[in-house]
Each structure stands twice: as structure tokens, then as C-alpha cells.
Design a protein around this ligand. Structure first.
Ligand code: AMP
Ligand code: ZN
Length: 144
């Protein structure tokens, strides 16, 4: 547990939250500034800042918790869909340095956007550039 981390304080019960789910390794509670009713944050109990630094076991648990509750959140809110996303690192908009998955219930006509819009500038890349990029990534994944 990291000092001064607001989500660690929630895990420890030092700060109140509207909990919706808890198990040994994960916790889910309502976002205090909801983008829609039922906006939920799903977090690992361990203080890890970024997805890539989560132990694999914690990553599995986190996604399993998401999988368990996302349909129930939608049902409870009468929402046919949800946007699920993680701000991973400060430059992406991450303000709380403790991994959290946003689950935002979505409705037809809510005038929200798509995740593909977050980076601001859509790219046009030709096939050669795409192939080079895929290779750069593949080479780094190899042996991981
Ligand atoms: P992010 O920009 O992905 O780091 O988002 C952090 C989220 O945490 C924001 O949507 C905040 O509204 C939410 N948040 C901050 N403090 C609390 C809190 N005490 N309880 C619930 N949600 C919080
Ligand atoms: Zn923390």
C-alpha cells in the first residue's frame, strides 16, 4: 500500500467509497465524478501504477473481476452497453497513479464518443509504415 494514494486509502477503508464488488485481490467502487450513472472503477488492491507493471496473476484477477461485474453494472443502469477503458500513464490522462479500469455505462444517443477518438489526431499510414510498426512491436514482444 502506497502512502498518499487515494485508491490505497479506499482499499484500506480509510476513505469511504460506494463499493460494488470486492474479492481477495480486487475492488470496484463508483467513480466520485461519474461520466454516467453507474460509472465504476475496478482496481487491483495492490498499489501498481501501470498495467504493464501488474503481476500477471493480478492482471488475470482484474480482468476476471471486470468480466464478472460489467454485465451487472449495465443491467442495473438499464444501459445496453458500456465503454471500458484505462488511462495508462500520465500523458494519457491518468491522474490517480493506481491502475483502474473505468466502466462507463452507455446509452444510444448519449452523445458520448468512441475510444478511438482519444488521441486527437487520426493517422493515415500506408501499408509499408504499418508493416514496419508491426515488426517493431513484434520484435519487442518476442521472448517476453
Ligand atoms: P484517471 O484520470 O483515469 O486517473 O481517473 C481517476 C478517476 O478517479 C477520476 O474519474 C475521478 O473522478 C476518480 N476519483 C478520484 N478520487 C476518487 C474517490 N475518492 N472516490 C471515487 N473516485 C475517485
Ligand atoms: Zn494505491
Amino acid at each position: 500500500m502506497a502512502d498518499h494514494c487515494i485508491f490505497c486509502a479506499i482499499v484500506e477503508g480509510k476513505i469511504p467509497s460506494h463499493k460494488v464488488y470486492e474479492d481477495e485481490k480486487t475492488l470496484a467502487f463508483l467513480d466520485i465524478h461519474p461520466s454516467a450513472p453507474g460509472h465504476t472503477l475496478v482496481i487491483p488492491k495492490a498499489h501498481i501504477t501501470r498495467v504493464e507493471d501488474l503481476p500477471e496473476e493480478d492482471a488475470r484477477h482484474l480482468f476476471a473481476a471486470l468480466h464478472k461485474i460489467v454485465g451487472r453494472i449495465q443491467e442495473a443502469m438499464g444501459a445496453p452497453a458500456s465503454t471500458i477503458g484505462i488511462n495508462n500513464g500520465r500523458e494519457s490522462g491518468q491522474e490517480v497513479p493506481h491502475v483502474h479500469i473505468h466502466v462507463i455505462p452507455r446509452n444510444r444517443g448519449d452523445r458520448g464518443g468512441m475510444i478511438q477518438g482519444v488521441s486527437g489526431s487520426p493517422q493515415r499510414l500506408n501499408d509499408e509504415e504499418m508493416a514496419r510498426i508491426a515488426k517493431e512491436i513484434r520484435e519487442r514482444i518476442k521472448g517476453v
